[in-house]
Design a protein around this ligand. Structure first.
Ligand code: ZN
Length: 136
């Protein structure tokens, strides 16, 4: 009898805590600089444009476009091996930042650069919901 593989989690550091807390509520948040208006993801200590340090978390539209992707056919991680082939996507959010994520409900041959995508939240555990995207 084999154990069900579990998913390894991305950055769960304190710096990203507001992001994961919002994701648990089904809300996508990213950082925004109150001084220059630049959006950031992943979280950072300073704005890369103006070096302000008081970055705020704001709700994102949850929309974007498929900027790039790869199709994984042979995953080394047992959790992902069961799901291959699958898409790892670089989504450019409407606000500007890019997010490395998964494109769901899309057979790999149907994915096209520039596809409009919207966020969904995949339950990984009771405390952890992962933003993934599907074509709009
Ligand atoms: Zn700034």
């Amino acid at each position: 009898m084999s154990e069900t593989p579990t998913r390894s989690l991305p950055d769960t550091s304190a710096r990203m805590a507001p992001f994961w807390s919002a994701a648990k509520q089904g809300v996508l948040v990213i950082q925004r600089c109150p001084r220059c208006g630049q959006h950031r993801f992943p979280a950072a200590e300073l704005c890369s444009t103006c070096l302000a340090s008081e970055l705020a978390w704001v709700e994102a539209t949850g929309r974007g476009e498929l900027f790039s992707f790869v199709v994984v056919h042979h995953a080394l991680d047992p959790y992902f091996a069961e799901r291959a082939p699958y898409l790892v996507a670089d989504v450019k959010l409407t606000e500007g930042p890019h997010m490395t994520t998964t494109l769901i409900e899309c057979p790999p041959p149907q994915a096209r650069i520039g596809d409009a995508v919207t966020v969904r939240f995949e339950r990984v555990s009771d405390d952890f919901f992962l933003p993934v995207f599907r074509r709009a």
